[in-house]
Write a protein that binds this ligand. Structure first.
Ligand SMILES: C[S@@+](CC[C@H](N)C(=O)[O-])C[C@H]1O[C@@H](n2cnc3c(N)ncnc32)[C@H](O)[C@@H]1O
Length: 246
């Protein structure tokens, strides 16, 4: 049997390139998630919005944001230099609209010098990679960084309400990857291979998933008067907070 060694954690060029190539294959309904995140933003299309994307990876979300909001600027933050390099190359001809900064969201000073003038702060599948203490602190910081009419929208991987549901959702995902690998790449990949790969990737990434209810409670605690789950599919959800009601 061939032993496959997978890249550890989210750092490194190989991991960044692999994410860029495979994210749409392995993340169920990824484009639908992006689309929900943008659709729930309460702004008109021509607005010159300022947005942040926390844990932006290679900047895929910015593409959908800019298609809907052509006058927006997006600043993407990530702690992987290699992810940001791929992003910078992709947006080389739109550098005035999409910026990238190397920041570690686990650190209390990740937002130092970023200011408090953002209309929307977004994050896709990244906040489950920081500790619960860092999540709570980040939600409080995000609240302070938004304009009075601003909002925060996060798509994230969650811990289910019970270990049995967690296991069920995870199994569902593994089967999804097997099916998609066949459909998209025409490759038969054994379920056990996918299981082991995901186990090592999750272990090295240090998953710190919280439940949907914990995340929503922490957003309320941070000051958001309106907190909502917009979409959910097994272990992933799109949720967030608005600073104003209505
Ligand atoms: C699953 S990827 C999602 C990337 C991107 N948001 C997307 O949807 O395509 C998770 C991202 O979070 C970043 N990340 C993980 N821990 C981080 C941290 N402590 N600070 C900043 N970024 C982090 C990783 O480098 C990676 O780019």
């Amino acid at each position: 049997m061939t032993t496959i060694i997978y890249e550890q954690s989210w750092q490194g060029r190989e991991r960044a390139q692999q994410w860029e190539r495979r994210a749409d294959l392995v993340i169920p309904k990824r484009q639908e998630i992006f689309s929900v995140m943008v659709q729930v933003l309460p702004f008109c299309g021509e607005a010159p919005l300022r947005m942040l994307d926390l844990g932006c990876g290679t900047g895929s979300l910015a593409e959908v944001v800019l298609a809907r909001y052509p006058n927006a600027t997006v600043t993407g933050l990530d702690n992987s230099l290699e992810m940001l390099e791929i992003g910078q190359a992709k947006y080389a001809d739109q550098a005035e609209r999409v910026h990238f900064l190397l920041r570690d969201l686990e650190q209390p000073d990740w937002n130092e010098d970023l200011g408090d003038h953002y209309d929307a702060i977004l994050s896709c599948l990244a906040i489950h990679l920081i500790s619960d203490d860092a999540k709570r602190r980040l939600y409080r910081q995000v609240f302070q960084m938004l304009t009075p009419a601003g909002c925060f929208v996060s798509a994230d991987r969650l811990r289910a309400a019970t270990p049995a549901l967690d296991a069920l959702y995870h199994e569902h995902w593994l089967h999804y990857i097997v099916r998609r690998t066949k459909e998209v790449l025409n490759k038969d990949v054994p379920l056990e291979t996918v299981r082991e790969r995901q186990r090592t990737m999750d272990a090295s990434a240090g998953l710190k998933c919280a439940t949907l209810e914990e995340n929503m409670a922490w957003l309320r605690e941070a000051g958001f008067p309106v907190v909502e789950c917009f979409w959910k599919d097994y272990q992933r959800a799109v949720f967030g907070g608005f600073k104003v009601d209505g």
